[in-house]
Design a protein around this ligand. Structure first.
Ligand code: HEC
Ligand code: HEC
Length: 350
């Protein structure tokens, strides 16, 4: 009762000044950590640097196929996916068909496991160990809040785990799942598709065969356009990556799920991504080899037509049922692109 009255008073007061003793919630702590560029070695890179809200929570450096780490000139081998809506990928499982997990290859089972990686990755935030990350947090203005939520800095392993949980919790807040696209407005009868967008949706679920993998809703989940399963689309390798990474052997192949499971049956398979905000996050695919949404649809439409595309990077285990030679016209390709452009959040009805 007492708490209720307090909340009411705060609401009535409008812009209340935060009392000095207010402690950050765990999700608010996660927000601080997510945007803090002082937690890399050297300082300068945060999660948000490669998963920037205005860039669909992917890398704003869209001219690069893969992201650059905090050390200039250091590159990974994969394109940054969106961190938004990632909360909806189920925990990685080998049961009921392999599905879910974080990263293109599902190698982190959950968001919490995922968040532990970038701080220590030499091609990302480059800290030598967990203790260095925790020491950097201890030097931030929110150190006291961190200790209140996560316990003493002396217990490095527990603090590191709690840090990752806080970031993961932040990644489940509404900022990461606004559902404010034109598509959502149309579903709620607050807007209507243009004729081209409507045709695109029909092709997406029809002769374009997209929704066989990018399924609309799953169970209780809202429409995310993914089944969270893994497929080898037979994408060509991206020569740009070999330029950025002269250390890679010429015959390097990214084996994806096959490397995670150490099982050649799954070589070349990557996670079917959700398509929310997809227009904001070029380039496309795990290796950034396709530059525009038109290129993406054209690839699905023509992969198996000789001479159109270079050879696949991994030619075994390729999906042949739903793509390769769809027989779509260029106008139909454009319609599917127009439909995907309705998945961008922040739609305002004209
Ligand atoms: C240097 C750029 C960079 C930084 C910094 C970075 N990431 Fe990423 N992130 C990537 C790349 C690249 C991938 C894909 C890697 C892969 O699949 O192997 C990725 C994958 C992810 C995914 C998986 C999404 C999916 O669809 O599976 C999430 C979530 C994520 N990052 C969140 C974070 C968080 C949280 C931080 C900070 C702790 C962070 N990232 C820091 C580049 C970055
Ligand atoms: C056989 C399953 C399957 C079908 C059918 C399919 N996709 Fe995909 N899609 C995937 C997988 C798997 C990936 C990630 C592949 C990779 O990076 O190696 C992907 C990636 C994408 C991406 C890039 C995502 C990103 O963040 O870079 C777009 C866009 C896309 N698909 C759109 C479509 C459209 C449009 C269609 C229909 C014309 C379609 N897909 C049909 C499985 C499928």
């Amino acid at each position: 009762m007492k708490i209720k009255t307090q909340v009411l008073v705060m609401l009535l007061a409008g812009s209340v000044v935060q009392p000095a003793f207010a402690v950050l919630t765990k999700a608010q702590l996660g927000e601080k950590l997510y945007f803090d560029t002082s937690l890399s070695e050297p300082a300068g890179q945060a999660c948000a640097s490669c998963h920037e809200p205005s860039a669909g929570f992917a890398d704003p450096d869209q001219h690069l196929p893969v992201s650059e780490g905090v050390i200039p000139g250091r590159f990974g081998t994969r394109n940054s996916p969106s961190a938004a809506y990632a909360l909806f990928y189920p925990t990685f499982t080998l049961k009921s068909g392999i599905l879910g997990g974080q990263f293109w290859d599902g190698r982190a089972a959950t968001l919490t496991e995922q968040a532990k990686g970038p701080f220590l990755n030499p091609v990302e935030m480059n800290n030598p160990d967990q203790a260095s990350v925790i020491a950097k947090i201890q030097a931030t203005p929110y150190a006291a809040d961190f200790a209140t939520v996560c316990g003493p800095f002396t217990n490095v392993a527990a603090a590191y785990q709690c840090m990752a949980e806080a970031i993961a919790l932040f990644e489940t807040t509404t900022m990461f799942r606004p559902f404010t696209s034109k598509y959502d407005a149309v579903k709620a009868n607050r807007a209507s598709f243009t004729a081209q967008e409507a045709a695109g949706l029909k092709l997406f679920t029809g002769s374009g065969k997209c929704s066989n993998c990018h399924v609309l809703g799953t169970g209780k989940n809202p429409d995310l356009f993914t089944d969270s399963k893994f497929q080898n689309l037979g994408l060509p390798r991206n020569p740009e990556i070999f330029q950025l990474r002269p250390d890679l052997p010429a015959d390097f192949r990214d084996l994806g799920l096959g490397a995670v499971l150490n099982d050649p049956k799954h070589n070349g398979k990557f996670k079917t991504t959700h398509l929310r905000n997809i227009a904001l996050t070029p380039p496309y695919m795990h290796n950034g080899v396709l530059k525009t949404l038109k290129d993406v649809v054209h690839f699905y439409n023509t992969r198996d037509i000789p001479g159109v595309w270079p050879a696949p990077e991994v030619s075994e285990n390729m999906d042949g049922a739903f793509l390769g030679n769809l027989g779509l016209t260029s106008a139909e390709e454009d319609a599917i692109v127009a439909f995907m452009q309705t998945l961008t959040d922040g739609y305002v009805a004209p």
